[in-house]
Design a binder for this molecule. Structure first.
Ligand code: SAH
Ligand code: SF4
Ligand code: F3S
Length: 452
């Protein structure tokens, strides 16, 4: 009764939480298995950011229950963790009455304890234990997401903070993740040092507004924000070759971060800077406290600091009140900045958010069309930028074997573009020069350049 499968929905912070839970489970003697079919316990680490994300996890939980009934096998234990657990709590039992476990975002590190307790109760052969529910806030929970598994990870996520204090009108994250709380810098540095010692070459620092890291807790020193101080300390760690971070917020963007992109060579020329909308009127309605022009200025500064910067964004189409003219401005901005990558989302009403009372007045067909227009632009823009790399040599950090193709390896350019090429396994974890010979919308291909 100790094989656990964790399925993760949502953002990179959730992925990182799942890794940390898996490490905690292994330390307690559980086996973490890749397939739900092999598992005695299935945990769904869920997302609430859009209705679709919630529906997917609920559908999965429902299907698992039905499958167990059909096969008449002893029921797997099933737990819902993370943002949807926090958002819906015990209401989940209306649709999923057989859930064993519902654990909110600040208690996720307690999952091994909860499973131990449930298993002990099951062994007692009494009636099926009641659903264990814990959605409480816990002081210091941001410090609990720090353990990694025993396997070498060439590229690792590191959560540097939890929560968000903004009130973006559409967003449920402040409700699911709680107030903004930073981890101490020394703890993060130690985590990255120990990752480096186990062979990690690249770290991606994670936070809801990662460039606000420690803004409340730690002082500005020599004109440098706590986030830039943290970047500098990680930059000094031997073995770490590349640093990325996601996602920064335009309102917290200062010149010291642009300067860091110029001065810190390990800081990759890549940024995901959410724009959300290209119309000042919509930005105001969204409660995003910057203007399109302010955003433009940040992009200009970043490009001055790193002319080879790759820039991506998050965009929402169909926010209440978004007119054709507003959308036209978003589209124009999309082309002007020339995003190389973007995550385009159709607006989804979330309960308890400031925009909820406005409902969902933009018709689905209009959202669909706006979504299509941006994705079409994106394909053009990514392909154009990828093609510019054909014929150049790029430094690739080799992350592992490619999923497809005998003898193929996979890695990323400094700008974060996935690249495939043939090579021996021993190159994994190395920085190699690759001549780019092919480009698609989503990836590059090439050949290792052999030094003469
Ligand atoms: N903290 C990050 C975003 C986290 S949520 C930031 O502020 O940049 C990831 C993305 O989901 C957001 O950037 C937004 O584009 C999208 N999103 C959030 N709420 C949404 C909603 N209600 N409907 C559609 N997309 C949404
Ligand atoms: Fe949500 Fe806004 Fe916070 Fe990002 S900054 S998590 S969009 S409330
Ligand atoms: Fe989703 Fe929670 Fe991340 S709502 S986007 S999993 S913070």
């Amino acid at each position: 009764m100790n094989r656990v499968h964790i399925k993760t929905y949502g953002c990179q912070m959730n992925e990182r939480d799942s890794e940390s839970v898996a490490a905690g489970l292994r330390a307690r003697g559980y086996a973490v298995v890749d397939s739900e079919a092999d598992a005695d316990i299935v945990l769904l680490n869920t997302c609430s950011v859009r209705d679709q994300a919630e529906q997917k996890a609920i559908g999965k939980a429902w299907e698992l229950g039905r499958e167990d009934a059909r096969r008449a096998k002893p029921r797997r234990m099933l737990g819902i963790l993370g943002c949807m657990a926090q958002n819906r709590g015990a209401d989940l039992l209306d649709r999923l009455p057989d859930l064993d476990l519902i654990v909110g975002t600040q208690k996720i590190h307690r999952v091994p304890d909860f499973l131990d307790a449930l298993i002990a109760q099951n062994r007692a052969l009494g009636p099926k234990p009641a659903t264990l529910i814990d959605l409480d806030a816990e002081a210091g929970s941001q410090n609990a997401i720090r353990d990694h598994g025993p396997d070498r990870k060439i590229s690792a996520f590191v959560s540097v903070m939890q929560g968000c204090d903004m009130k973006c009108a559409y967003c449920i994250v402040p409700k699911t993740r709680g107030a903004e709380r930073a981890r101490p810098m020394g703890d993060i540095v130690r985590e990255v040092e120990s990752l480096a010692a186990s062979g990690t070459r690249e770290v991606t620092l994670l936070g809801q507004i990662v460039n606000r890291y420690g803004a409340r807790e730690f002082p500005v020193v020599d004109g440098k924000s706590p986030f830039v101080q943290l970047l500098e300390r990680i930059h000094a760690i031997p073995g770490i070759a590349r640093i990325r971070y996601t996602s920064p917020h335009p309102v917290a963007f200062r010149d010291d971060l642009a300067a860091a992109h110029r001065d810190l060579e390990k800081l990759c020329p890549q940024i995901n800077l959410p724009l959300q909308a290209g119309s000042d009127r919509v930005l105001r309605a969204m409660n995003r406290a910057y203007t399109v022009d302010g955003y433009r200025r940040i992009v200009r500064k970043l490009r001055e600091a790193r002319p080879d910067l790759w820039i991506s964004s998050d965009i929402i189409v169909g926010f209440p009140g978004e007119t054709d003219e507003d959308f036209g401005q978003t589209r124009a901005m999309f082309e002007e900045v020339g995003f190389d990558m973007a995550y385009v989302f159709k607006y989804s009403v979330r309960s308890g958010t400031p925009a909820e009372p406005e409902g969902d007045p933009v018709p689905e067909s209009v959202k669909e069309e706006r979504n299509r227009v941006l994705l079409e632009l994106l394909e053009k823009q990514s392909l154009r930028r990828h093609r510019e790399l054909v014929g150049t040599d790029q430094e690739i950090l080799v992350e592992g074997r490619a999923r497809k193709g005998e003898g193929m390896l996979e890695g990323r350019t400094p700008g974060g573009r996935k690249t495939h090429f043939a090579g021996p396994e021993r190159l994994v974890g190395e920085l190699v020069r690759v001549r780019i010979t092919g480009a698609t919308v989503t990836a590059l291909s090439g050949e290792v350049v052999v030094a003469e």
